[in-house]
Design a protein around this ligand. Sequence first.
Ligand code: ATP
Ligand code: MG
Length: 401
Amino acid sequence: MPLQVQSYVLRFGELSLKGRNQDRFVDDLIKIVKPRIKHLDGKCEKRHKRVLIHTKAPVAQVRAALSTVFGLAGISPIYRVDHDLANIKAAAWELMAPFKSSGKTFAIRGRRPNKKYPMTSMDLQRELAGHVLSQGLDLAVNLKKPDIELGLSIEKNDTWLYLETWPGLGGLPVCHKTCHGLLLSGGIDSPVAGNLIQKRGGCLEAVYFHTPPFTVEAAREKVEDLAEVLARYQNGITLHIVNFTNLMKTVRAQCDERYTVIISRRFMMRTAVALLRERGGQSLVTGESLGQVASQTIENMTAVGEDLPWPVLRPLIGMDKQEIINIAQRIGTFETSIQPFEDCCSLFSPKNPVTRAKLEHVHHEEAKIDGAALMAEAIQQTESMVIHADFTQLPLPKAAD
Ligand code: ATP
Ligand code: MG
């Protein structure tokens, strides 16, 4: 029977630095991985500071299934044999034989976590290299920068051989005990901001402010589609759709036009807090980037976040638009985001929004409306839904930017 990949080693990046907390992060990782490999009849095995996956599914399907898992430095598909040197040698030859006359260079990298094994890593490497060369492998050894690396690890009960390690997404596994309220509009920025929080292990709930009939139903569907992409990185995402029509109309009619964006943004933030307070909310996340548009100045951000109980996370704060677009393209939100349905902000935006909001003026303008009643009405009309991604249909990962 030819050698087959039926197991995968998940390699930790930052996770390996977590000391005594590592166990908790590994448990979070397993919670994320399990539902993604269920349709592949896959099993997770926690093995002394490492996680293994066992499945007989085609390698490409496993790669797609693991493409949205944060917390991994890499994933190696492994071939497993026992500790018998003759079997290890035969496996090394079987894996190297296809490259026999390829003109490439190679190296064998051995590790020996099982210290009881009678040979050192160095001796093993030498023995195996000698064996494959004696079998007719016409390749030069290059230990510094080989074209082909055959990895070898002598484990407690078996031996692993591997030829490749797929890059992981880095970051930390999403922890479903956290709750970050993403203000998700239909634009390019906020889904990217949300994904960056997921990359640091944050679990999102999304809040979208809808203003029918000024915003069409398609704008709302667009936001649902964006939430579905974000759901690929966690196990289901709750999306709250808040009807903000009355509040926006009242702000537009009663308040200084230049301050409408700031005042409505303040109410968006407060409404999101009110919705998520009982649901374990800890922060708000927006897609703002310093100076990107007139409303995104430090003075305006101060005014928007003035009385909030939680920090406002703005992971895009120092990014250029092109950097944000690159991430949007990689995670698969860009094409949806650029569909031309206006969100409420573009429709209610004044021609000359204030760029340096003065707090006294914000308070003065805000006092003209009954914000509490309008917010209560909006919350009452909120529709909440849980959106799940289809893990059987995850696309293959795109190269990192
Ligand atoms: P985006 O590309 O995310 O729409 P933007 O560049 O259009 O951002 P703004 O319109 O100033 O910037 O919005 C800033 C942030 O405020 C958004 O990134 C989003 O987090 C939040 N936001 C704006 N409008 C809405 C909305 N209708 N529903 C939910 N959040 C919103
Ligand atoms: Mg926008």
